[in-house]
Structure formats: C-alpha cells, structure tokens
Design a protein. Structure first.
Lengths: 425, 328
C-alpha cells in the first residue's frame, strides 16, 4: 500500500510539470540566406493582435504579397491577455512565427531578451521619415529591433441617440461640460451614462499624463513607482469620478466583458476606447451603426484635450525565424505608403509617417490630434513586467475605487511595482 | 499507474521470502505462479508511461528550480545555474509563507465540508428507495462528469455581478443589497464561491464511495445493535463508523490531494485575486513562474508545494506504511 505516497508524488508532479517548460538544447538560430526566387511556395506567419488587422487591408495586403514574392501570408490573431508569456514561448521555439506585432510598451523588454532580429538596415532603407515618437520604443541599445507600425488613440465613443434623449445638443469641450452631460444622462435614468470598468489602466495612464505625471520615476539609475505622487492621486480621483457614472465592475478591465459589446446593446451613453472598437460594437449589433459618434476626451480647458495613452504597435522579426529576408519583404510592403495609408483609413489609427496623416481626414475615430497630449509608459525593458497579471496598477485602481485613499492604495502596491521594475533579466 | 508502481517495490521483497514463505500467502503464491521475468515485462509499459509522463517532468522541474530562467534565457536557450538562490528567495519571502498558510487553511476547510456533506449524501443514498436513489446517483455522476472549466464557467455565470441568477434570486427574495453584489470583490466571497464549486464537484466521489462501502456492512449488526437498545445515533457511531473508517481515511487523503492541487477553479474564477489574496500554492507557482516569467522561481515553488503536500498527508502515509510493514 505505498500507492498513497506514489500517488501523492505523481499528482503533484503533474502540477509541477505545468511550470516545467522550455528546454536548454541549443538550436542554431542563424538564418539561411535565400534568394528572392526561392520565396515561391513559402508561407510567412505573422502574429497580429486582436483588432489590428481590418479585413480589407488584410485581404489586399495578402494578395499584393503573393504577387510580389509568390509566398503566402498567414495572419494569426492573438489576444492581448497573456500575450507576453505567449510571445516568450514562441520566440524560444525553433520555428517561431516569423513576424510578430509587439505593443510599444513591451517592445524594449523583448529587444533586451535577444529574441528579436536587428532591423537597422531596414530602418535605413525605408524608415527615413518614421515619426520619432513612434520609433522610440523600437530602438534599444542603439539598434533597431522593430519597425513602427501605428499609433492608436483613445477617444470617447458615444451613442448619439442616448445623448439626444437627455437633451444634449453638442459634444463637450471641457471636462466639466463632459461631467455635466453625464449628469444629464444619469438624470434621464434610461441609460448608463458611461461604461467605465475599474481597471482601464490605459485611460488612467492618460489622465496621469494629463496631470503632468508618470506612473514611475527615476531614482538614481533605476526606476521606481511614482503612484504616491499627489498628481497621480489627482488623476485617480478623476478616474473615480468617471467611474462613479458607471455600473461596470470595479475589478475588471475594459476587455472583460468587451466594453464595445456592452455599448452595442444601446443602453450605454459612451465609453472610452480605440477608434476601431466602434467596429466591434457594430459587429455585435448592426443597428447601432447610425448612432455612433466620436469626440476627443476633453481636458481641463477647451484648448487642451485630456492626456492620452498612446498605445502603439510595432512589427518585429523573430531572430529565430528562418525567413529573415522574406520577413523584410513583408515589412517593406506592409509599411509602404499604400498599405500604411489604407490601415490608417480603415482602422482609424495614426500611421507611422506624418505625410500619411491625410488619410485620417474626416475620420471621426481618430479625430484627436494625438501626439500633442499623448504619452506612453517609460520605454524601458523593465516596464513590461509591471503589465503582467496581476497588474499592480490595476490593483491600485480597484483599491481606490473601493474606498481606499490613493495614498494608502499606492503604499499597498508600491513594493510589488518596485520589485518588478528591479527584476534581473 | 500507481498501483503497478507499488508492486515493483513489494515484489522483490516478496521474492526474497519466496522460499521460506508458507504457501498460500497472497503475494508469495502469485509470484510463484507467474515465475521469471513475466511480471516485470507486464509492468514495463505502465512504468515507462510513468517515467515519461511523471518522472521526466519532475526531474526537469527539479533542474529548472536551480536555474535563473527568465525570458532572455528561455529565448536564447541559455542555461544559467544559480544554485539554491531560487529556494532562498522563495523561503525568505513573507508572501510565500502567507500563501502556504492560506493553502493549508483552504484545503482544510474544503476537505471538512466535502467529507461531511459527502458522507451525509452517501448515507442518504443507502437509505433511499430504488427510484430516488437512481435519480440522486444520476445527479451525482453528472456533477462528477462535468469538465472542470465548464463547471467553473457555469458558476461564474450564476454568480455574475450584473446578470447572474443568484443575485437576481437574492434580490427578489428581498435581500436587495445583493442585487449588484460582486462575488469576486473580496477574499472571503471569492473563497466562498471557489469552495462552493470545489465542494460541489467533490461530493459525488465521496458520496458514492461511502455508499458502496456502507453496502458491505452486514444487516445483522444493525439488528444486534437495536436489540441491545442502540438508537440511530448509537448504531451509527458503533456500527457504521467503524466499518467506514478505512474508507473515510482513504477518501479524506485523496480529497486533501485533490483540493490542495486545485488550480483551474481558483484561477478561472478570479485569477487568484482580488489583490492576489486567493492565491494558493499552485496558483502562486503559476503566477510567479509563468505569469511573471520567472520559470526557475516557479519550479522552485512547485517543488516546495510537493513538500508541503507531503507534510500534510504525512499522517496518513505513516499509517499506511505501518500497515504495510505489519502485513509483511
């Protein structure tokens, strides 16, 4: 009857096995050079994030790629949730996806791992007029590890019908006007004025930038949490005020449930999101299409809109990919003026060159002059660890929304943030 | 798998005694009949499967726990040994000990509930008439057969904050403050919800086991007890319970393992939140190891998890091993 002992070991071994991944066998990652003629019949795998690749753009690009190289383009859509673990694992494999979309705040961390190919020559060839602010995240230790793809701006997406019902005639120009409008919808009592879950930390980061502060600060030669800064507390108080108009859960982010899908039911006055999220709403409920409007998140005064978190995405080539040249062909095509412009037009995102901004004219989703009041989290390799679940910034937000003072809530998570920022790689 | 593994230990011992053991001893006679290498050959597939599926990951995990393995090392396939640093860091952090304490309490609370309710349902099964028993059995088996994540998802829907049935019912029954209650907002309510799921999933196993065990109790014993004037409580404690004791012990032991290692329910319901307050050891190992991409650290935590589990089941293991020695 030793089965007990053995069963115990067995069972826990299974569980322990969950963390036992990865291998230490060396694989030769040097890429084999292949001439242009040999592209025919090959397949290039591209990981793109949920929402990044609108259907028209994807179709045209795939066709153009086939025509130019004879190779097939295969897009695989990934979810943001848990993406870092997925990319790490993928990059460690002997056949990684050839090209991956990496969020700008996470790019430095991957550049530091050595899993991304050096694209400095590509930058020289086609990147002469890439917008500096967008390119910053792709450069690490003086080398180009990714190519900037697009910026995404957050705007207020609102339901015109709900606003009209509440007797509102114009979109707000200042924060106070915005709150007054939300009050009006609330008073009407028919709809939730704004859908704002407790953990939309991108919006919170925008408010922080609007207050002239950052989530982390530099102390000596390392970064530490800046949550105890009174300016951050002021941003959080603003967030709390916005959140008080919503019945959304205080301990969930904008993706659980998808805020655009909640909005699509027609019982929500507005939400803050990416331009393309309107498309998500329309996909969920076709009838809402005519009611959707956009405006810039208003700031303290009419002349200066609210700060926004400039989410952005880069294309990176896996260092372990055997199709380095083909991957570069793809980048040249996807980032060409034609397709970059088409993406901007179709998805309402800000393109990587200023000369292409004309594609956004008349597009409400991208109405806001982005770069002016925008910013990102610090573009350092250490930052990505902070975004890992459970994200301490989100814990901080939920704590404040549940009644803790910003100072106390900050104190509770700062040790965790500092620990993550100081992690050795 | 484990049954076969057990034999590999006992067979050589029996083999040594083969010659002087009196014929008729169960272990000895079976070895004699089988003869030569046949038993080992028959064991081979199972042993091989065990070695590949359990042994290899375990050894691998052990090796990882002595490495500094982060995304960089994983992607570049670097092996950086760092001795016992991972263990030092884990054992030195107050977080780890809090999680251990929480895991033990969580397991204890769940096992007690499972055993109590499971036993009651098992005894009920023994008392019910044929049709009702079939119905109850059916319900139990269905609950047991439900895949873990599916069950967890159903409970998440039931207890959803805005559109959940439970909140709706509580509200309609007059408890209006529960109308928008967020079940995953606090440590206690999250644990309550998880406990409900786990207990619900486990009761069938205990109930059916104990029902099966109770059918082996001879009816005459109850008659004798009632002739001696024993009431229902008395006959339960002096007839049923002694009979069921080995079954109870074995089931409790299995339940301790099952609850202690439960990961899917906890992780799916709230990811160990709010504020990491419902992380038990398996969830902690996952969040630190895979979530934060410190794979070596995660491996060290999962190894320590095995040790904690062994300590928890130590009492049972000792009695079992003792019995074994007595038998030999």
């Amino acid at each position: 009857m030793k089965r007990g002992l053995i069963a115990a070991i067995g069972v826990v071994a299974l569980l322990a096995g969950a963390t036992a991944c990865g291998s230490d066998d060396k694989t030769d990652s040097s890429s084999k050079k292949t001439g242009p003629d040999s592209y025919k019949g090959q397949t290039l795998t591209v990981w793109a994030m949920d929402g990044s690749t609108p259907p028209g753009w994807t179709k045209d690009l795939t066709a153009a790629f086939k025509k130019k190289t004879g190779a097939t383009l295969k897009f695989q859509t990934q979810k943001w949730d848990g993406i870092q673990q997925k990319i790490t694992t993928a990059l460690s494999e002997s056949t990684p996806p050839d090209v991956i979309e990496v969020g700008n705040t996470q790019t430095p961390a991957y550049a530091a791992t050595g899993g991304l190919a050096d694209l400095s020559d590509l930058k020289q060839e086609i990147g002469g007029d890439w917008v500096d602010a967008l390119n910053k995240s792709s450069v690490f230790d003086g080398k180009q590890y990714a190519a900037p793809w697009y910026f995404a701006n957050r705007v207020v997406i609102y339901n015109k019908k709900v606003w009209a019902d509440a007797g509102i005639t114009d979109t707000p120009k200042t924060r106070d006007e915005f709150f007054k409008d939300l009050d009006a919808i609330k008073k009407k009592g028919k709809a939730e004025p704004i859908y704002m879950p407790g953990q939309n930390w991108y919006f919170f980061d925008g408010l922080t930038i609007g207050q002239g502060a950052d989530l982390v600060k530099k102390e000596g030669d390392k970064y530490v949490s800046n949550l105890s800064d009174p300016k951050v507390a002021a941003a959080m108080e603003l967030y709390k005020k916005y959140q008080s108009y919503s019945k959304a859960p205080k301990d969930k982010d904008e993706a659980t449930p998808q805020q655009a899908e909640v909005f699509a039911k027609g019982k929500v006055g507005a939400f803050i999101g990416m331009g393309w999220e309107a498309g998500t709403a329309i996909a969920a409920n076709k009838k809402i299409e005519g009611d959707i409007g956009y405006f810039t998140i208003p700031g303290e005064t009419a002349d200066k809109p609210e700060g926004v978190f400039l989410g952005g995405s880069n294309f990176a080539v896996a260092a372990g990919s055997k199709k380095q040249d083909l991957a570069k062909e793809f980048l040249k095509l996807a980032l060409s003026d034609q397709f970059e412009g088409q993406l901007a037009k179709e998805n309402g995102v800000i393109p990587n060159k200023e000369s292409l901004n004309s594609n956004l004219t008349g597009n409400g989703a991208a109405a806001a002059p982005a770069a002016a009041g925008g910013g990102t989290t610090p573009l350092i390799p250490e930052w990505a660890a902070v975004e890992n679940a459970p994200n301490p910034i989100k814990s901080y937000m939920t704590a404040v929304l549940n009644g803790k003072s910003p100072a106390d809530a900050a104190k509770a998570v700062e040790a965790e943030i500092n620990k993550r920022l100081s992690q050795k790689s | 798998m484990s049954v076969q593994t057990e034999k590999v230990d006992s067979v050589p011992a029996a083999g040594v005694r083969k010659n002087d053991a009196p014929p008729g001893g169960p272990a000895a006679s079976s070895t004699e009949r089988a003869g030569g290498s046949a038993p080992y050959l028959l064991l081979l597939p199972a042993l091989l499967a065990t070695a590949v599926l359990l042994g290899y990951p375990l050894v691998k995990n052990g090796m990882l726990s002595f490495q500094n393995l982060n995304p960089r090392q994983l992607i570049l396939h670097l092996t950086e040994w760092n001795g016992v640093d991972n263990y030092k860091e884990v054992l030195g952090s107050s977080d780890f000990w809090r999680v251990v304490e929480r895991s033990v309490l969580f397991t204890a609370a769940n096992v007690v509930l499972i055993m109590l309710l499971g036993m009651l349902v098992g005894l009920l099964l023994a008392r019910l008439g044929k049709k009702m028993r079939l119905l109850l059995m059916l319900g139990l088996v269905l609950a047991w057969a439900m895949p873990m994540i599916a069950a967890t998802t159903v409970y998440q829907w039931l207890f959803a904050q805005r559109f959940g049935v439970v909140n709706y019912v509580l509200d309609s029954l007059g408890w209006h403050s529960m109308a928008d209650f967020n079940w995953t907002s606090s440590q206690f309510s999250t644990f309550s919800l998880v406990t409900l799921v786990i207990v619900w999933q486990s009761i069938p196993f205990v109930a059916i086991n104990l029902y099966a065990a109770s059918t082996t109790i001879p009816k005459e014993l109850y008659e004798a007890a009632s002739l001696d004037g024993a009431g229902s409580w008395k006959s339960f404690t002096s007839v049923t319970l002694p009979f069921l004791k080995p079954f109870l012990l074995a089931t409790t032991f299995l339940e301790v393992i099952w609850v202690f290692k439960s990961f899917a329910q906890l992780f799916a319901i709230n990811g160990g939140g709010p504020d990491r307050l419902t992380e038990t050891l398996p969830v902690y190992a996952f969040v630190e190891g895979v979530g934060n991409q410190h794979f070596g650290m995660g491996a060290a935590i999962s190894f320590l998890t095995i040790i904690v589990l062994l300590a928890m089941t130590g009492y049972y293991l000792r009695t079992v091993l003792k019995q074994e020695e007595d038998e030999l």
